[in-house]
Structures are given as structure tokens and as C-alpha cells.
Design a protein around this ligand. Structure first.
Ligand SMILES: *Cc1c(COP(=O)(O)O)cnc(C)c1O
Length: 427
């Protein structure tokens, strides 16, 4: 068990969280290496080893730094990046370039040049003129790039509107109107400068239902068939994205990877037999599901404001700067006083941050043991899209990230200093 309680104190991957808070300060991101590695193992067991010709590319926007790249490399996964900065981080970690895949709806010419210079494995083309940009860069540099087309499958996933990406009215992907998609396919097939590998979709995030994945798959299979019929071209690969949900609170009905992947693999196998083609290589892009539950955030309780009959606000020393998800899309979290885990939860409070925004709330109506200034409060499942979405709003320095493993801890990202925050200022 990653989370344990000893003498009323929360332990995380063998580490006493009060000692972590004392040693490294708060707010503090704590990531369990054991939990991350376990997820990678689950992906290997239920996908990579179960099915031949498969890859998993970790969607690094969920949580990325040099040491995370090392873990992903060691676990045998590929990595998915969505910007020059993420690409640069992976390259600086000596991540094998051929195992890097590049997504994103508006790659700049500089980013495309970086990708081509580094000889990365794939660019997932998102937008109609991007292929021409890639072709011109490759022509100039005398190179050839593997590309896929990200399509907009026109499915509506059951998640918050800000994290659904597959519906027709979306900035992501190429629309499937015949007069748009087929000329694009033809251009990619005929191009001297790219190898056209196939189609990609990513329907949304934090999903607990496989329906939209399966619907998007049908759309993609139809495209594979149409491409074969029209151009006698068989695409060797299909990328079915990420989006597999995790458990933030008890209300989240988390499913294993196999719940999403097995029916899709079965359908792809069947389709390939029917079409009499070799089954394409299948790629997934899990992000949140690898790191989300592997992280907690530790805070120190400060001001407590009790408005009789209305609400009790418990302020902590972080907030929307280290976790914007509650403010951005009403994401729900659970937490506990790390020094009072065994005490009865007799109080209902709102855990809020220290930023100058009334929306800076981390947990509304949390049931907690009575809290006081100086308590350490832990919020669970903050490993994904916390650190990577953090900001310096109100000039709050970004917290440190500590990696823990079986009772050992080490810092993998230093806490920002005040000087770090003004070092690019000129006057
Ligand atoms: C964000 C993203 C993912 C990962 O989504 P998760 O919900 O974190 O698994 C995968 N593919 C693409 C293209 C993405 O943008």
C-alpha cells in the first residue's frame, strides 16, 4: 500500500509525511516512484505484453521533469510531448529521440525544426497546413518524418467540457469532411518528406466510460478502410490516445486499463481480419492514469475563519498556484490532516488557498478532524496536472517536488526562490 497510517500519521510510500514537510517545507509535491512504476507495470501486463505490436507513450504534460523522463525510459515506455519545452526536457534527459511523439494543435515552425533536428519518432499532425510546414522543414534539412493525422472523431465524452477534445466543435484535430480529410491523406501518402503512418484520436480526459473511445475507433477504422480503397494504401499504425480516468474521490468509478483496451484491441483485430490486412501497430497515450494517484500535496494550515452558520474557511500555504484544477474545472479532491489521520472527522470546512481569488478553493465541504494553525494537510491524487499547471500568481514560488520510494526521499525539482521569480526581469 502506498498510503499508510502509523500512530495517526500519514505515510506515503514508506515516508512519514510530517517529516517530509519538516525537511523540505510546504507546499510540497510528493510523488511515489513505487506507484508510478506499478502503473507502468500494469500497462505492460495488460497491454504491451498482452498484445504484439503495441506502444505506450506517456503523455508528459501530466507531470514532467528530468527524473520523470528517466523513470519512463527505464520502464520501457515512449514519451508524448506537446511543446518545444517538453521536447527539450526529454532530450536533456537523454530520452531516446525515436521514442518521442509530438502532439499539439499549433506547433510553431521552431518547434517543428527542433523535432526534425532531434530525429524524433513521430509528429502527430493536427491542423491542415501543418503537413506542409513539416514537409518544408524536412526538405530543407534533407530528412523524412513519420507522421500521423489527428482526427476529430466527432464524439462527445462524458467529462468536464474543458477536458473533452473529440467533439466536432473542438480546436483539436482535422475535421472529417470528405473534401478536407481526403486531400490531406493524399498529400501525406504522396509526400517525399513524410511517411504517413496513420490516424490518431484522443477523445478527452478523466473518462470512466469506454463508449467514446469505441465510437472514435469505428470512425478511425472507417478511414483506414477508405484510405485503402481509395489509394491502395494501408496505414501501419493507429493511435487511440489516453484519457483513462483515475480515482480522485470515492465518487470516481475507476476502471482498469483492460476495460478500455481489450474491447478496442478485439475490434481492431477483427477489422484487420475482415479487411485482410496486417493488424496496425496500436499506440496509447496515458498521462493522468500513470501519475495522478502517485502524487500528494502537503500544505501547512494557516488562518482559520469561522463564519457562524455559513462556512469555515481553512487556509493553507498553497492553492490555485500549485493546483488550479478545482478553480479551472471544479475538480474534486479529498484530503486529510496528516498528523490527525485517526481522529474523528467531526468538522466540515472549506480548504482554500492563499491567492487573491475567491475561486481559490481546493476542497469545498471537506470532512476533517478539527484543524488548527500548523497542522499538515495532505491532498490526495494530485500527481497529474498539478505541478505542470502551476503558476507564480501573486509571486508565490513553485513548490519543490520530492520523489519517495520505500521510505527514502529525494528532491527532484527544487523549490523556486524569490530570486528565481525575478531573474528574467529587466529594469
Ligand atoms: C493530454 C493528452 C493525453 C493524455 O491524457 P490523459 O487524460 O492524461 O491520459 C493523450 N494524448 C493527447 C493528444 C493529449 O493531449
Amino acid at each position: 500500500m502506498i498510503k499508510q497510517v502509523k500512530d495517526g500519521i500519514l505515510y506515503f510510500d514508506g515516508c512519514n509525511t510530517l517529516e517530509l514537510a519538516e525537511k523540505y517545507g510546504t507546499p510540497l509535491y510528493v510523488m511515489s516512484e513505487t506507484a508510478i512504476v506499478e502503473k507502468c507495470r500494469e500497462i505492460r501486463n495488460s497491454f504491451l505484453q498482452k498484445y504484439k505490436k503495441t506502444r505506450a507513450a506517456y503523455a508528459s504534460k501530466a507531470f514532467l521533469n528530468l527524473s520523470m523522463c528517466k523513470i519512463i525510459e527505464r520502464e520501457g515506455l515512449c514519451i508524448d510531448v506537446v511543446s518545444g519545452g517538453e521536447l527539450y526536457t526529454a532530450i536533456k534527459a537523454n530520452f531516446p529521440p525515436e521514442k518521442i511523439e509530438f502532439n499539439g494543435n499549433n506547433k510553431t515552425i521552431d518547434e517543428i525544426e527542433l523535432a526534425v533536428d532531434y530525429n524524433i519518432g513521430r509528429i502527430i499532425v493536427d491542423g491542415l497546413d501543418e503537413l506542409s510546414l513539416i514537409e518544408s522543414v524536412c526538405k530543407q534539412k534533407g530528412k523524412k518524418m513519420n507522421v500521423l493525422y489527428r482526427i476529430t472523431p466527432g464524439v462527445k465524452s462524458d467529462s468536464h467540457d474543458y477536458i473533452v477534445t473529440g467533439k466536432k466543435d473542438s480546436k483539436f484535430g482535422i475535421p472529417l469532411d470528405d473534401e478536407i480529410i481526403f486531400p490531406a491523406i493524399e498529400q501525406a501518402i504522396k509526400s517525399e518528406y513524410v511517411n504517413f503512418m496513420g490516424f490518431h484520436y484522443h477523445v478527452g480526459s478523466q473518462l470512466h466510460d469506454n463508449a467514446s473511445h469505441l465510437k472514435a475507433l469505428e470512425t478511425s477504422l472507417k478511414l483506414i478502410k477508405d484510405t485503402k480503397d481509395k489509394y491502395s494504401y494501408v496505414t501501419p499504425e493507429i493511435n487511440i490516445g489516453g484519457g483513462f480516468g483515475i480515482k480522485y474521490t470515492d465518487a470516481d468509478d475507476k476502471k482498469p486499463y483492460s476495460y478500455f483496451l481489450d474491447p478496442m484491441m478485439e475490434r481492431i483485430e477483427e477489422f484487420s481480419k475482415d479487411l485482410n490486412i496486417e493488424r496496425p501497430e496500436v499506440v496509447i497515450e496515458p498521462g493522468r492514469s500513470i501519475v495522478g494517484e502517485a502524487g500528494i500535496t502537503l500544505y501547512t494550515v494557516g488562518t482559520i475563519k469561522d463564519i457562524p452558520g455559513i462556512r469555515k474557511y481553512v487556509s493553507v500555504d498553497g492553492g490555485m498556484t500549485d493546483n488550479i484544477r478545482p478553480a479551472l474545472y471544479q475538480a474534486k479532491y479529498e484530503g486529510v490532516a496528516a498528523n490527525k489521520v485517526d481522529e474523528p472527522k467531526t468538522d466540515t470546512v472549506t480548504i482554500c488557498g492563499k491567492c487573491c481569488e475567491s475561486g481559490d478553493v481546493l476542497i469545498r465541504d471537506a470532512e476533517v478532524a478539527p484543524l488548527k494553525r500548523g497542522d499538515i494537510f495532505a491532498i490526495f491524487s494530485t500527481g497529474a496536472y498539478g505541478y505542470t499547471m502551476s503558476s507564480n500568481y501573486n509571486k508565490n514560488p513553485l513548490p519543490a517536488v520530492v520523489l519517495v520510494k520505500e521510505g527514502e526521499s529525494r528532491i527532484v525539482v527544487k523549490r523556486q526562490s524569490y530570486d528565481d521569480m525575478i531573474k528574467n526581469d529587466l529594469c
